[in-house]
Write a protein that binds this ligand. Structure first.
Ligand code: NAD
Length: 362
């Protein structure tokens, strides 16, 4: 293990988002009390169609505090769905929303709050982290735009690990790697700060320890709690500092080539970590130490051992799309510790497409 000398002298600005976090097994039982704290008397319960039964059950326990259930949340927050949900919100006389689910459902709640500034309570059931960010991605006519605003940040988040016991192993692994990606980019962010970096390292550690247990024993309550705790930390990092090449490439692959969100993060992370390993060596060292010294290669082996998808080819990307993906990615790059070069980015995408190991970063 490398010894790290903390550098407290570096200048930084730190903003942590002012959300109320309620964490623990069984805490979904606190939804009614948390609505009271927010001053919400009638909440519209949101979910995907897949989680409708859970949303109905939650609405049932809330009685008059539930204004109804809208169970049509969809990936990428299409504006048409938001408009239908807004009509349901108004028709039901709601004065707040509860999003029960992952990033897709949370996105719908954010889209409603962005339009009417209503209070949002999220009951988060994946590791994607959207619940603790003031960021909304929405799509209209096939074009995805991202907005950031104070009204988008959910006021209260309930993390109840019992609600994640049924998250399928495949989704748990890719969603966990999606969370880790926020942390990896967080430690080398241009606007990084010591608190976000501590959260990032602890979040990755928690997920590194929990995911192999979940892969073997999906209903392990302790591992589920640790994974959700790690996801909260990593999501908080996403909400606190800027993201770089990894998130840019995933946005390109999701937005222009329709690849699935968590799986794409999962395939790309070892390769983007390797790309930046030399340029952000010191910042990444504590994370590299968690994976045997070489972050890219260590993450790649970790994902492989957990049965994660390993190639963009398996996610449906055509080899002929790689040049265009590289072109789009380098056109308006996010700030990145290593310059984003066209040929190096194309080579990285090529390895990720094949499912080859990343270049060694040590
Ligand atoms: P998701 O919300 O699309 O969920 C995938 C599927 O799993 C859905 O059918 C969902 O109902 C189901 N599911 C969720 N939790 C479950 C559980 N505990 N048990 C069983 N099934 C469950 O997936 P996601 O990866 O959480 O979110 C992806 C979306 O979120 C993308 O559109 C992405 O852009 C967005 N996102 C946004 C931010 C942000 O800060 N704005 C951050 C992360 C992700």
């Amino acid at each position: 293990m490398t010894q790290h000398t903390p550098q407290h002298s570096a200048a930084f600005t730190c903003i942590l988002n002012p959300a109320r976090i309620v964490f623990g097994a069984g805490k979904r039982g606190d939804v009614a009390a948390e609505l009271d704290r927010l001053g919400v008397t009638r909440a519209l319960v949101l979910s995907t169609s897949f989680q409708k039964a859970d949303a109905d059950a939650l609405a049932e326990t809330l009685g008059d505090k539930a204004a109804g259930v809208f169970a049509n949340a969809t990936m990428h927050t299409p504006v048409e769905v938001t408009e239908t949900a807004m009509s349901a919100y108004v028709a039901a006389g709601a004065d707040g929303v509860i999003a029960l689910g992952g990033g897709s459902t949370i996105g719908l709640g954010k889209a409603i709050a962005y339009r009417n500034d209503c209070p949002q309570l999220v009951v988060a059931t994946t590791y994607a982290g959207s619940e603790v960010t003031p960021i909304l991605g929405q799509t209209e006519n096939g074009v995805k735009t991202t907005v950031r605003a104070a009204s988008i940040l959910p006021e209260t988040v309930i993390y109840d690990p019992e609600l994640t016991l049924g998250l399928p192993v495949g989704m748990s692994v890719t969603s966990g790697l999606n969370a880790m990606a926020h942390a990896v980019e967080g430690v080398y962010a241009q606007d990084r700060n010591p608190i976000a970096s501590m959260m990032a390292i602890e979040g990755v550690r928690a997920l590194r320890d929990a995911l192999p247990v979940i892969a073997k024993t999906p209903a392990d309550a302790v591992a589920r709690g640790d994974a959700l705790y790690g996801a909260w930390l990593c999501g908080t990092v996403l909400g606190a500092v800027g993201m770089a090449l990894h998130h840019k490439l995933c946005h390109v692959l999701g937005g222009s080539f329709d690849l699935p969100h968590a799986e794409t993060h999962s395939v790309m992370l070892p390769h983007t970590a390797a790309y930046n390993a030399g340029a952000a060596k010191e910042a990444l060292q504590p994370l590299a130490d968690l994976f045997g010294g070489d972050l890219g290669v260590g993450l790649w082996q970790f994902a492989k051992d957990l049965g994660a998808p390993m190639s963009l080819r398996d996610l449906g990307l055509e080899e002929t799309d790689l040049d265009r993906a590289a072109d789009i990615a380098v056109k308006n790059p996010y700030w990145n510790p290593r310059p984003v070069e066209r040929d190096a980015t194309r080579a990285l995408l090529g390895r990720a497409w094949e499912g080859a190991p990343p270049e060694s970063g040590t």
